[in-house]
Ligand binder design. Sequence first.
Ligand SMILES: Nc1nc2c(c(=O)[nH]1)N[C@H]1C(S)=C(S)[C@@H](COP(=O)(O)OP(=O)(O)OC[C@H]3O[C@@H](n4cnc5c(=O)[nH]c(N)nc54)[C@H](O)[C@@H]3O)O[C@H]1N2
Ligand SMILES: Nc1nc2c(c(=O)[nH]1)N[C@H]1C(S)=C(S)[C@@H](COP(=O)(O)OP(=O)(O)OC[C@H]3O[C@@H](n4cnc5c(=O)[nH]c(N)nc54)[C@H](O)[C@@H]3O)O[C@H]1N2
Ligand code: SF4
Ligand SMILES: [Mo]
Length: 704
Amino acid sequence: MKSMKSPLLTVPTDQPSSHCCFCSMQCGLEIIPSEKTSGLVTKPSPNFPVATGRLCQKGLNALDHVFHAGRITEPLRQASSGAERWQATTWEDAYADIAGRIMSLQAEHGADTVGVYGGGSLTNEVCYLLGKFTRVALKSRYIDYNGRYCMSSAAAASNQAFGIDRGMTMPLTEIPNAKYIILAGTNIAECQPTMMPYLLEAKKKGAIIVTIDPRNTMTSKVSDIHVRLQPGFDSVLINGLLHVMVEEKLVDERFIRERTSGFEHLREAVKAYTPARVEELTGVLEAVVRTIARGFAKAETGIVLTARGLEQQSNGVENTLNYINLSLVTGKIGRTGCGYGAVTGQANGQGGREHGQKADQLPGYRLIEDPAARAHVANVWGIDPDELPGKGVSAYELLQKVDQGEIKALIVLGSNPLVSSPNNRMVERALQKLELLVVIDMFETETARYAHYLLPGSSFAEAEGTMTNLEGRVFHRRKAVELPGNCRLDYRIISELAEALGRGAYFQYASIEEVFNELAAATAGGKADYSGITYRRLQEEKGLFWPCPSPDHPGTPHLFADRFHHPDGRAKLFGIQPKMPAEPIDSDYPFILTTGRLANHYLSGVQTRRTEALNKKAPVPVAEVHPWLAKRIGLGMDNKIRITSRRGSLVVEVKVTEGIQPRTVFVPFHWGDEHSINVLTNDALDPTSRMPEFKICAVQVERA
Ligand SMILES: Nc1nc2c(c(=O)[nH]1)N[C@H]1C(S)=C(S)[C@@H](COP(=O)(O)OP(=O)(O)OC[C@H]3O[C@@H](n4cnc5c(=O)[nH]c(N)nc54)[C@H](O)[C@@H]3O)O[C@H]1N2
Ligand SMILES: Nc1nc2c(c(=O)[nH]1)N[C@H]1C(S)=C(S)[C@@H](COP(=O)(O)OP(=O)(O)OC[C@H]3O[C@@H](n4cnc5c(=O)[nH]c(N)nc54)[C@H](O)[C@@H]3O)O[C@H]1N2
Ligand code: SF4
Ligand SMILES: [Mo]
């Protein structure tokens, strides 16, 4: 691999040089000189109080893509003729042409003909600016982001149950204080590897760990009980657990009486879910249901963690609400060793969903349809509240509007939706219809192949800013290296595009810190209140947990000690009637496809497929198949399989393993083109969160 040199900027201080760009743990990195061609490597930082001194393989190789020879370092425009796809241009020409095209499209079709698609890897400042840019510079209602595919069901459930959405209600340091831990649809060992020591410490102190996952994972290996559940049956199982807790009077009656509402609905809903019935419906033995219910309820302390396994479903919000019910009916929240967490995924998956990148949202987790929120934010932005557009639509629906011709121009920053969207043939068709597609990225992604402009943005190592990790801890990330070539900082690109659109007056920032200070003011009084946070405090105090509403406020590591965030101070319990997945199996499509992740790749794979040390461990997707299924389709040693859903078909290599629920096939989604599993996945959306059902679709499986 050829690579570019970039001078190291940072000198040792008591702050990490940077933070890993991949998962929500946001481990601190030191960047040090080395013999590598790039001249630099990462090592774990002793200076960040989350995963101190630890990095996983991805963190250890996080600079490889930054210095990759394939990095885009000049603004590129689609070539009008010839063999080359791109021709280099100047920033000024690119801005002028993009702005000109946007303005003429808007003159003809209205402001909403332009959409923006953001991402959860970006800093709080960039997420905030994308939202402001869409509403103030484009005056369009259409912005959403890849977190819609990621955290939206958990976010909706937390808002409904608690009145606020912060992934974890407690810091990670509470995990070792828990005596009983339920991990559902979360593969922490591969997806947040440096969190494992917290779980292992709990185990060492005697905690029982239960995993609920259709397959054996690196995480289920550390559990005492592993429920190998068929995808889609979480709510049935949880109703069984709740049934036992209610029948055997194991619930915390005082907590339910004083701190919650809605228990009568829950009691009614779980009545019919006797352990015997749950065994009939799920195959999970009656005794196992009783053991987990009694174990969790009777334990002095306990934590429930969920992730995409049960959330990325058309019933994802209800599934999540039911897991939250477990924490609430047992009173295991708001005190030491207790809590609920929806384990956030992307680097800034938490902050990315707070500051206005969502279709219905303004900064600070305010709602764009709320007149008071509009007035507050419009005042900070110096515009009339009536100028703010209304709410738009979710990520997948935004792409559908492109397909339908309603949205004719799209700006994508920090996502690769052609690989990461469900039913992605629709997305490919849609992208081809765009009259203007602008992609701001480090690489020519699968999505960028359809772009009219590909603009070279910044990598994590080059961009200063703040991030919010999975605990709700806001921290400051330094600039560690210089931008290569003609790349620009994402925040500058957004501001300069605004300038070209004639709205530069609203985007005058001398530094990224000025953007943060405006963000903090915009969040004042909102749910995710950052108004007491400054760069200086973040550096001195090594991060602060939101809400942090004033300069002397210490931040809020533990939520819900005294009250929940609904106006009556109570949490809401919900009675969940389990529903079928959108596409149940039948005789034509008799098996279930579920999708997810591997330890060595990240999301659509743009960065990790370009990282040799990681890619060589998993160069292509491999399906996990049970021996029962292998036998049924007559699979031989070297055979591949063809998996076919109602939307498409794919041939993949196979690993036969006892460790998967027999009717279920698992395929990771980190590849595009002929390896893209999202050709098959279902685009059914949860009615509330608009989360696609990535985790379940009905398929045929045959020998290829
Ligand atoms: N190495 C690596 N780490 C990552 C990422 C990555 O791409 N690679 N991505 C990051 C991001 S953005 C995210 S969102 C997180 C995701 O982190 P996770 O949600 O932990 O990851 P997944 O592999 O998508 O799904 C977790 C598990 O859900 C199981 N599952 C499938 N269907 C069901 C079901 O119906 N019920 C239950 N209970 N379980 C089910 C799958 O078998 C899988 O093991 O990881 C983050 N960390
Ligand atoms: N089948 C299936 N599909 C899924 C999922 C699943 O479990 N199964 N999971 C879903 C989930 S949870 C998620 S989060 C989505 C994610 O899906 P995507 O949003 O497609 O994820 P990434 O691969 O992270 O894309 C990020 C892009 O932004 C670029 N980038 C990264 N950092 C920066 C930056 O600082 N500046 C700029 N300008 N560019 C940057 C990267 O190069 C990359 O091209 O996928 C979803 N899709
Ligand atoms: S655990 Fe997450 S943040 Fe830490 S090094 Fe690994 S991928 Fe990066
Ligand atoms: Mo995610």
